[in-house]
Design a protein around this ligand. Structure first.
Ligand SMILES: Cc1cc2nc3c(=O)[nH]c(=O)nc-3n(C[C@H](O)[C@H](O)[C@H](O)COP(=O)(O)O)c2cc1C
Length: 205
């Protein structure tokens, strides 16, 4: 019995150190703490995020590294609930075969959404956009704002003709293609950490 208890205790300790990112190092280092405790948020409080805070988040986004410092992105921030609703309505109208709630839910209820486009002429622009998105999400986390990276709205807004005017309204420059969304807002949930596979990374000795 004693042996079984020791084995169980060891398993619990092992699983805790593999899964819980909130370890001693996290507690000591604010940046690591922010990275390790960020989660994709899929339930938001209705209250808006102030423009002042959004400006701070955007500034952190554009201070991300980019190939040749080309900053090969363009971003449109939608924080107007009326416009957000119009975009969701267009997605629902563009997908008549889907339940309207599912189509509209592709933004996961985020009250603010950044619509990001990439410069098609630059081969690394998708990376630039991804790095900028991550900078914004980490900045948001550090300011108490939840976030989520969203690919599905890109598919939903580009796979039909009904949603074309939405993209046109964003007025991205010629040669830019809408490629990613990031939702922001105050979290109304505390999601569990998702498992990560450390085996994907190997040191070459
Ligand atoms: C490129 C990209 C696209 C994503 N698209 C969606 C999406 O459309 N809907 C969604 O709910 N989550 C989306 N996610 C969030 C991922 O599901 C999430 O990051 C992953 O499950 C890990 O969870 P975590 O962010 O809480 O660590 C996306 C993430 C990335 C990086």
């Amino acid at each position: 019995m004693k042996t079984i208890n020791i084995i169980i205790a060891c398993m619990v300790m092992l699983s805790a150190c593999c899964q819980a990112p909130e370890n001693a190092q996290t507690a000591e280092n604010e940046t690591i703490g922010t990275i390790m405790t960020r989660r994709s948020i899929r339930k938001y409080k209705p209250e808006p995020v102030s423009r002042e805070i959004l400006q701070e988040i955007i500034k952190c986004g554009i201070f991300a590294p980019s190939g040749e410092n080309k900053q090969s992105w363009e971003v449109r921030i939608v924080d107007n609930p009326v416009l957000m609703e119009e975009i969701k309505d267009a997605i629902a109208a563009g997908h008549p075969d889907m339940p309207a709630d599912a189509a509209k839910g592709c933004f996961r209820g985020a009250p603010v959404v950044a619509f990001i486009a990439r410069d098609l002429s630059y081969p690394f622009s998708a990376f630039d956009c991804g790095l900028m998105a991550q900078n914004m999400m980490l900045a948001a986390k550090s300011l108490g704002v939840g976030s989520i990276c969203l690919g599905r709205p890109v598919l939903f807004l580009t796979d039909n003709e009904v949603c074309k005017p939405v993209i046109e309204k964003f007025g991205f420059s010629e040669g830019y293609e809408f490629c990613l969304c990031v939702g922001f807002g105050y979290a109304d949930e505390t999601p569990q950490v998702k498992p990560r596979n450390m085996e994907k990374v190997k040191f070459m000795d």
